[in-house]
Design a protein around this ligand. Sequence first.
Ligand SMILES: Cc1cc2nc3c(=O)[nH]c(=O)nc-3n(C[C@H](O)[C@H](O)[C@H](O)COP(=O)(O)OP(=O)(O)OC[C@H]3O[C@@H](n4cnc5c(N)ncnc54)[C@H](O)[C@@H]3O)c2cc1C
Length: 448
Amino acid sequence: MNTNVIENLKAAFGEGRVFTGEAIGADFCHDEYPGGNFAPDAVVETQSTDDVSVVLKICSENDVPVTVRGAGTGQVGGSVPIKGGIVLSVKGMDKILEFNEAERTLRVQPGVLLQDVKSEAESHGLYYPPDPGEKTSTIGGNAATDAGGPCAVKYGGTRDYIVDGVAILADGSVKKLNDAEEIIGSEGTLGVICELTLRLIDKPKADAILLLPFMDTESCVKAAQTVLGTGCSPAVVEYMDTDMVEFSGNVTGNPVFPVEMDGERVAATLMAVLEGEDDDLVMEQMESIAELAEELECLDILVGDTTTMKRDMWAAHDAFHTSMESGAKNSFEYNITVPAVNIAEMVEWVKAAAEEKGMKAMAYAHVGSGGMHIHIAFDGERDEFKSLINELTPAVYEKCTALGGDIRGEYGFGYAKAPFAGDAGSKLKAAKAELDPKGILNPGKVAD
Ligand SMILES: Cc1cc2nc3c(=O)[nH]c(=O)nc-3n(C[C@H](O)[C@H](O)[C@H](O)COP(=O)(O)OP(=O)(O)OC[C@H]3O[C@@H](n4cnc5c(N)ncnc54)[C@H](O)[C@@H]3O)c2cc1C
């Protein structure tokens, strides 16, 4: 890379915000995708929209790649600088700029963490619903991936809460954002999101969790669809495979969801979150689902209606991902979207396909929005695991597509899925030709 670029960046920002060589922290070379380390030539920490514009002008004039990084919690290598160049870290752009009471909006910089957006909304008696599992991700990263989460079935994803914003394009120019803007969800390939105005809503005053265990996967997924059709409008309808529940419960030592009932192994459990303006309204919804128990063919209906029970259930659910990381000798995660009617088939297929290769597949899914998380575990050696996953991956994506699903899932393409992106990649390529003709933003990813 032209050394003038680093000198120009240092001249603009000072030595303290431009890092090279060993001063680059190891974290900047990877995200949560287990695909290896890629060091950038430099990391630049920006603090304002103007800073971002300056970085992009310098890099654009010198044809230097720029990879934007939020918190680096992505699971597809999106913020990893696989072509070197500059990592532009927006994590220091972490100011909550304005709460507008009349409009019920929050204007923020992109490095504000999701957990801080949520608590700021709460401090004004309001609610910011999007809930990707990793609350230490940045709001800019959420917007760049259009992050979803379990409650997307009722509330939608991040895009649905963006009123407007500001992005900086590859040449350093300013672009105003709205919710339809293609920069949202483009994973840092079209522009750098520098400011967002988010819509806040009223938070339901009461909620309860229902757990419905089933003897087979198909019945569990069908029941989820029936529950969605009752008019209760649950905030969450989560399919949870018992292999996943059991593995995670063993690792955390805090099993919460049923594994066996009356001496028989449960195949899967449905977790439904019901909400209402008061407890009576939530109770009415619980009763309407209980009336369907026979039709649903569930083994039981367990209720979590105290703060402690709800907290424990959510903690057990949120531990699925981390327990794989800490409890499996080798693990890999597929995040895809599959229409609800085909979730059971996808689960059965991937379990058989993994087993054939000596691995174990475990899954959970947000029925309705379709987000599926499939974890593969393997007890053998790392190298063997890597080659088994390389063999399994194209088959998983092929099956997902054949079932009418989308391999992007909730997490985006990054470099992990870019080779399989198909049409979605072509659309981004077309937008990139217009917004980033030199191709400096996040090269090697989905828009290339
Ligand atoms: C335990 C765990 C659970 C998760 N659960 C979910 C979930 O339920 N749903 C879900 O959708 N995701 C989930 N994720 C994935 C991840 O948290 C999300 O993708 C999140 O939105 C990434 O935010 P980040 O700040 O970490 O972004 P990064 O990982 O830093 O970047 C992600 C992508 O966005 C781009 N980017 C980041 N900031 C900007 C910006 N300001 N402007 C332009 N582009 C930018 C990057 O270049 C990259 O392509 C989970 C991850 C973990 C580890």
